[in-house]
Design a protein around this ligand. Structure first.
Ligand code: JCF
Length: 681
């Protein structure tokens, strides 16, 4: 038998530890994953051939070991403290005053601010640089021994870095699961029919408390450290910030947002800045933690009950709250999309009072499986539209009635349809559906369409409900008597409105095409179509192939245009308008031509491949568009790159027209190809 290759083995362990740290702690891998896996396999082969070689810090231990029958209890040598909460800035100022009162008058107190991670606390004990024991917080005095599980967490060093590790160090931190890993975990568990996790925190807590560490090993846990308990070492840090630097040097992951503040106002500013970033951080946080920086002052301040006097958690408003579902109502949009909306007992969540939550569509309704009067968890994260996360089944009333998505349009009773590759359910009623008529009219009369002033939403509502208006042409048949019979309409305003309606008879082709409300045809697109076809007849006859080739139109929009004009109802509407004497000759407006996107508001989301977002922004601005950073009902168009996130979600909800990068590139090219559309400085 050959002698075990001790040196080669240790070298390989060290090499794997180095790459593990680069990947999981520094987030800066040096070698590709496949290369790492090969090296790990090599190590495992060595270990199975020469079992005597296996060391405690072997990376092969990351895969978990034998299941336990129970966790043993561990008493913390120094209690694991909890934090006092501050829910407003006054509470923070009070904290600062209490600190000042207990410290020497001339002493300047610095603070350290960090995000408060929403995970589970864990304590790690290292003796002579080797991970010896890991324990949960438990009640602060005693926790559970989860050493086997902690070993599987890649950002937990099995051996500390550096040549002179402390004799003994107890490191404390928070174990969590980043959003993207959580989403993946939940979609995986979906496939095998497992129960989904409600949120990353619960998933982290459940994963850390698995008796079978092989299961924990497959969960994407991350540990970020924030403090030290016991410490036996030749050199000791003097401040909290130095402690964090020290922990980083030992190979731990320390949150990158940690900042020193020289007074409490800076802490409050840090809080505000982080609140802004909260929705875009890759993990959940529920506030910030503020600690006195000097460890000497910390010692003098001491603790009360179970919280230190030298630290406080400034909490964000909760993003999830519980409330009661009052009813589900259905909104029918301009294009017939039926959106279920939950009416809620008002609840303060994410910093505002929420009364409604979107239920998105049929699939979401099926997922939630709501019953009348259910108790629900509402989530409002960032400026995202509030949604119902789940039902609290335990509070469901006996014999509660299941809420079913309607089988017919709740407004007009027409059939509804769900297209194979669409989540949305639509009413097929078109212009026979009052809800769609109202919205179509609202769009038709809007400023950038026919520009009929004085015809607001409330008025349109009445006109349609009383049967005065069923299609666009009916607007031109309205008379004084009819208008005066409506609520809050006197002679003067009726007269003004009639004049405005008459004035709109003379318009141009762009505005008219836009006013028709063809799906996804915004003003920019209408402009392109008008300048290309010059007359409505030619546009109506334009074959799909020709439309597809127009820069800025794209296959999806082209399809919508062809579908629109192949509906005889729509042709009838156009003919009626013509018969009434509407003029929509193609008037070329030179100024509008050089700025075809004038008056539009675009939003960019995701990463663009062919250009930077900044370049795309400048290009849009040159064409006359405004570029905004958030999606709202006013957004004309959303430009979508890869990995688009919540903006895309929101745009879909608000039915904002979408444009993918490819189509956008074509739009830009088409602008350069047409001298008249060119941008000249
Ligand atoms: O991120 C956290 N959840 C967190 C919790 C951060 C800290 O600095 C903490 C903590 C709990 C107690 N510090 C203490 C003393």
């Amino acid at each position: 038998m050959t002698a075990p290759p001790v040196q080669a083995y240790r070298a390989l362990v060290k090499e794997l530890q180095f790459h593990n740290h680069r990947y999981h702690v520094l987030d800066d891998p040096l070698i590709p994953d496949g290369e790492y896996d090969r090296k790990l396999l090599q190590l495992q082969t060595m270990e199975s051939t020469f079992p005597t070689l296996v060391d405690d810090d072997s990376p092969s231990h990351r895969v978990g070991g034998k299941p336990l029958s129970e966790f043993s209890q561990i008493s913390h040598s120094l209690p694991m403290l909890s934090l006092e909460n501050a829910f407003d800035s006054k509470a923070l100022m009070d904290f600062d005053r209490r600190v000042a009162e207990r410290t020497n008058e001339k002493e300047k107190v610095d603070y350290v601010c960090e995000p408060k991670l929403d995970g589970v606390a864990l304590s790690l004990l290292y003796r002579d640089g080797m991970l010896e024991r890991a324990a949960t917080r438990g009640d602060g005095a005693t926790g559970e021994d989860v050493t086997a599980n902690a070993r599987t967490i890649r950002s937990v060093p099995l051996r500390l870095q550096g040549d002179s590790p402390p004799n003994l160090i107890e490191v404390r931190g928070e174990v969590y699961i980043p959003h993207k890993d959580f989403d993946r975990l939940n979609s995986l568990s979906d496939k095998v029919g497992d129960k989904k996790f409600v949120n990353p925190r619960n998933a982290a807590a459940g994963s850390l408390r698995q008796l079978d560490s092989k299961i924990t090993a497959r969960r994407p846990l991350v540990m970020s450290v924030y403090g030290v308990g016991l410490l036996e070492s030749a050199v000791k840090p003097n401040t909290h910030f130095e402690t964090l630097v020290y922990l980083k040097q030992l190979g731990f992951l320390v949150n990158s947002h940690v900042t020193v503040a020289t007074d409490i106002f800076q802490c409050e500013n840090f809080y505000k800045a982080l609140a802004e970033q909260r929705a875009s951080l890759p993990y959940d946080i529920d506030g910030i933690v503020i600690k006195v920086n000097s460890l000497d002052i910390q010692r003098r301040l001491g603790t009360v009950l179970r919280s230190p006097r030298w630290a406080i958690a400034r909490k964000f408003p909760a993003q999830e709250e519980m409330t009661r579902l009052l009813a589900v109502e259905y909104q029918v949009g301009r294009t017939g999309v039926i959106t279920p909306v939950g009416r809620l007992e008002p609840v303060f969540v994410g910093g505002v009072t929420v009364r409604n939550a979107t239920l998105h569509n049929l699939d979401e309704m099926a997922r939630l499986n709501l019953c009348a009067h259910d108790t629900v968890i509402v989530r409002r994260a960032g400026d995202v539209i509030p949604k119902i996360v789940r039902v609290v089944k335990e509070y469901r009333l006996p014999n509660a009635r299941v809420i079913k998505f309607p089988q017919y349009c709740p407004v007009c009773g027409s059939d509804i349809e769900q297209l194979p590759d669409e989540a949305a359910v639509r009413c097929t009623g078109g212009m026979s559906c009052p809800a769609q008529v109202k919205q179509a009219i609202n769009h038709f009369v809007s400023r950038k369409a026919m520009n009929i002033e004085g015809l607001g939403v409330k008025l349109v509502e009445q006109l349609v409900d009383r049967g005065h208006v069923q299609s666009f042409s009916d607007l031109y048949r309205l008379d004084m008597d009819t208008l005066c019979s409506l609520e809050r309409m006197a002679k003067k305003s009726s007269d003004k409105l009639l004049k405005s309606i008459q004035a709109s008879r003379k318009t141009n082709l762009t505005k008219f095409i836009y006013a028709l409300g063809i799906r996804e045809v915004g003003e920019g697109c209408a402009q392109i179509l008008a300048s290309r076809f010059k007359s409505l007849e030619d546009l109506i006859e334009g074959p799909l192939e020709e439309l597809v080739e127009i820069g800025g139109v794209g296959p999806v929009v082209a399809r919508h245009i062809v579908d629109f004009f192949s509906e005889s109802k729509n042709i009838t509407v156009i003919n009626e308008l013509r018969a009434i004497g509407l003029k929509f000759d193609h008037v070329i407006n030179e100024e509008a031509m050089s700025r075809p996107l004038e008056g539009q508001t675009w939003v960019i989301t995701g990463n663009l491949d062919s250009m930077s977002r900044e370049d795309a922004k400048v290009a849009l601005q040159n064409l006359g568009a405004k570029v905004s950073s958030s999606v709202s009902a006013k957004t004309t168009q959303l430009l979508i790159g890869s990995n688009a996130g919540s903006k895309l979600e929101k745009a879909k909800l608000l039915e904002v027209p979408l444009m993918y990068e490819k189509e956008f590139a074509i739009l830009l090219m088409s602008q350069q190809a047409h001298p008249r559309l060119n941008v000249e400085k």
